[in-house]
Design a protein around this ligand. Structure first.
Ligand code: C5P
Length: 478
């Protein structure tokens, strides 16, 4: 298959290409292995991304290629098995994942236990599966939040129509759904259901919603169903296909383009005390900055994250320093330097109290007005971008409500950084604290307008751009 060859020769991972052509890694993997045909639109984007090396015609003559080697060794995978007849294939999936030296944890839904038993799963996985959200023993031992966080990806195989509806609706009534809601790891679903259920408009809506939320799919495949006499699209994909989709999803086969690099990232708001009980802050959730730190770590970088007060967990594999004020954040950043790359995603408060009060400020009898004496905070991005320890690549963010790109261009020059990721934070878009972002990457010589995508996808795409930039800079220096 030409696409497989192009990926191999150009050293591009399926994940990178997926980000560039705005699809999922699972789709690229299926195209690469000749298991699917792209839409004309997607084929066009692939032709553009490959500089015309792979065109629509090249997909018409697929010769399935097997991936040699093992990209899954050491991968921490959480497998959720939901209740369908295809659950028996998941026993084989467990065996194959163990053969590949994965660190595997398994969750069984209540319905799946009608098809396979915790005993057989535990015997194959080498550890007891998790079954209950309210099991005092396992909740105390590991807990659903740890299950959600201590993995590189979650694979749901089989994924029933019912479970997909629950995930799409944000339910968290049992262990599987609670973990899926709490995770920030990539999710791969291997649906399996009756063809009528798969074709039902409700399922179509749920699949579209999940894909929009950044969830990847493998299958379902076409063919005969376990129920006698039924055929159509709805069979769970075969185990080798699921394994390949997992490999592509977690990018183990994509190399580590930022290996040996130190990346510092700021994230979240800052809290500037007014008095012992009040502070100045903003609505930043830290989701975008944390996603960037996580993506940089997955790309092999050593990452130091400086975060203001947020409600979300520290990203996996990242040294996370918790600070409160802009002054603390600046100090932490200065101490973390030198770095190769610095990405400033924090929404630092512009002002702080000239002198925070030692005691709680009281209302003054008869006075309707109150004036706070504020002074500007240090601009961390500007100080680093113009400082003597300036990293090779400095990236800032611009949250704008009007003339987004024009303001970002001016900001790039004023701050002295290399790139600005500009996003429209008009209230109606729900960016602050929300899941999605529509951003523009403003560089010295060009601006890229990225389509609306999840904050994880923005993070992945930014890290791909960073890796490309480093590769060009290296090639230029040689
Ligand atoms: O000037 P403005 O706040 O719009 O600039 C936003 C960018 O500058 C972001 O990258 C933010 O992290 C960074 N910044 C900073 N320190 C400040 C203010 C903003 O690092 N005091």
């Amino acid at each position: 298959m030409k696409l497989a060859l192009w990926l191999k020769n150009s050293g591009t991972s399926a994940r990178e290409l997926a980000v560039r052509v705005e699809t999922t890694q699972a789709t690229i993997s299926r195209l690469k292995n000749g298991h699917a045909l792209p839409s004309l639109e997607l084929a066009g984007r692939i032709a553009e991304a490959t500089g015309g090396a792979v065109t629509a015609n090249d997909f018409l003559d697929p010769a399935p290629s097997e991936r040699p080697g093992n990209g899954l060794a050491g991968a921490r995978i959480l497998l959720i098995i939901s209740g369908g007849i295809a659950a028996y294939k998941s026993l084989d999936l467990i065996r194959r994942l163990k053969e590949r030296d994965c660190e595997l944890r398994v969750i069984l839904t209540r319905a799946s236990q009608e098809f396979i038993t915790p005993l057989s799963v535990g015997a194959l996985a080498g550890a007891a599966p998790f079954t209950d959200l309210f099991d005092a023993r396992t909740e105390f031992d590991v807990g659903h939040i740890r299950l959600a966080r201590e993995c590189e990806c979650i694979v749901v195989a089989p994924a029933t129509a019912d479970l997909m509806a629950k995930i799409a609706g944000g339910h968290a009534g049992d262990l599987a759904t609670a973990v899926l809601l709490a995770t920030d790891a990539p999710i791969l679903l291997a649906p399996a259901m009756n063809p009528h259920m798969w074709a039902n408009p409700a399922t179509r809506r749920n699949v579209a919603r999940l894909a929009q939320d950044g969830v990847s799919f493998i299958g379902p495949a076409e063919g005969e169903m376990a129920e006698s006499g039924e055929a159509g699209t709805g069979r769970m994909s075969e185990v080798p296909e699921i394994l390949r989709a997992i490999e592509n999803l977690i990018g183990h086969s994509g190399g580590e383009p930022l290996k040996g690099k130190h990346v510092i990232v700021t994230s979240g708001p800052t809290h500037e005390p007014i008095d012992p009980v009040r502070y100045i802050a903003n609505r930043s959730s830290g989701k975008q900055g944390h996603a960037i730190a996580s993506a940089a770590a997955r790309a092999g970088a050593r990452v130091t994250l400086m975060t203001g007060p947020v409600e979300i967990p520290d990203p996996l594999g990242v040294e996370t320093l918790h600070v409160a004020t802009a002054a603390d954040m600046l100090k932490a950043v200065e101490e973390a330097l030198p770095a190769d790359i610095a990405i400033f995603a924090a929404a630092v408060a512009d002002w702080r109290m000239t002198a925070p009060a030692d005691q709680k400020l009281k209302k003054k009898p008869g006075a309707q007005e109150m004036t706070l004496d504020l002074v500007q905070n240090p601009d961390i991005l500007k100080l680093v971008a113009r400082g003597h320890k300036r990293p090779g690549l400095v990236v800032g963010f611009a949250a704008e409500t009007q003339d987004v790109v024009e303001n970002a261009k001016a900001k790039r020059r004023a701050k002295g950084c290399d790139w600005i990721l500009a996003n429209d934070v008009t209230h109606a878009r729900g960016v602050m604290g929300g899941e999605k972002n529509a951003v523009h990457l403003v560089m010295e010589d060009k601006t890229e307008d990225w389509p609306e995508m999840t904050k994880q996808q923005v993070a992945e795409k930014l890290i791909v751009r960073v890796a490309e930039h480093l590769a060009h800079a290296k090639a230029g220096a040689e």
